[in-house]
Design a protein around this ligand. Structure first.
Ligand code: ZN
Ligand code: ZN
Length: 263
């Protein structure tokens, strides 16, 4: 029977190192020649020249075009002047173990395309640029939450060989750099294979993920504020399962940051 033995862990580790290098070099090479999304030349792009994020002004505008306010608790768009500190009409009754969702926008049009493309092989530059844009636009929200540890949503070890790019990890690595905060991709492990959540109705998503995550080093979490990072958030079930185990292991508060929410 197959076991998640040493060679697998070694392979996973080397993959993570490659990804870490890719993510960390995204910001270092401050002005790449082309937009990571539309490939437009960035030499004369004012915004990219100023902040070094490899996205052109037009793409940035498209990614942040949804002007509806987000619900503080679930990140979904709500009407104007709605107080969502305790949630909106959609999430108020849900037993979320995370306290807030910080997101760049709504999963639609070009943001949807960027999230899908970000899962492809070689999409580290795009995922990293999206993460940097999120950190810039949501600077205040991230500073107010003030995480101690960033945790990417983990994938099952077998997926390191079958999925071309672990987008959540690349995003989390960039968050770590931008927020000067520890990004610990080994803190939580996915213990078993599960069915793809997007193929399941809300009711079945919870049972699909039951006891699928385990904290590896519980002593690290006591009193810590943890930011879970993923590419998208749909029903919040995955983040909530993670938040449950993080809280149980002593985390004092848990928030979620994603590129896009799916209403
Ligand atoms: Zn562009
Ligand atoms: Zn809500």
């Amino acid at each position: 029977m197959l076991k998640p033995n040493e060679p697998m862990i070694e392979s996973r580790s080397s993959t993570q190192n490659i990804l870490r290098l890719s993510a960390s070099s995204i910001i270092d090479f401050a002005l790449p020649p082309a937009c990571a999304f539309c490939t437009r030349d960035l030499q004369n792009d004012f915004e990219a020249t100023v902040d070094g994020i490899s996205l052109c002004g037009r793409c940035r505008k498209q990614f942040t075009s949804d002007e509806r306010s987000p619900c503080f608790r679930c990140g979904m768009p709500v009407g104007p002047h709605v107080d969502t500190q305790d949630g909106c009409s959609e999430c108020r009754h849900r037993d979320y173990r995370f306290s807030q969702v910080i997101r760049l926008g709504v999963y639609d049009d070009s943001l949807r395309t960027a999230c899908i493309r970000g899962k492809s092989r070689g999409a580290e530059a795009l995922a990293g640029a999206m993460a940097a844009l999120l950190c810039q636009k949501l600077q205040q929200e991230l500073a107010e939450f003030a995480p101690d540890i960033i945790v990417p949503v983990p994938q099952y070890w077998l997926h390191w060989f079958t999925r071309p790019h672990h987008q959540a990890l690349t995003i989390a690595e960039v968050f770590g750099e931008q927020l000067k905060c520890l990004c610990d991709e080994r803190l939580v492990r996915k213990t078993r294979r599960t069915i793809d959540q997007s193929s399941l109705p809300r009711a079945k998503r919870l049972t699909n993920l039951k006891q699928a995550y385990a904290v590896q080093t519980k002593h690290k979490l006591k009193g810590q504020r943890v930011l879970i990072v993923d590419d998208i958030l749909t029903t919040g079930t995955t983040s909530n399962e993670l938040a449950k185990v993080l809280r149980k292991a002593g985390a004092s508060d848990v928030a979620v940051a994603v590129i896009a929410v799916v209403p």
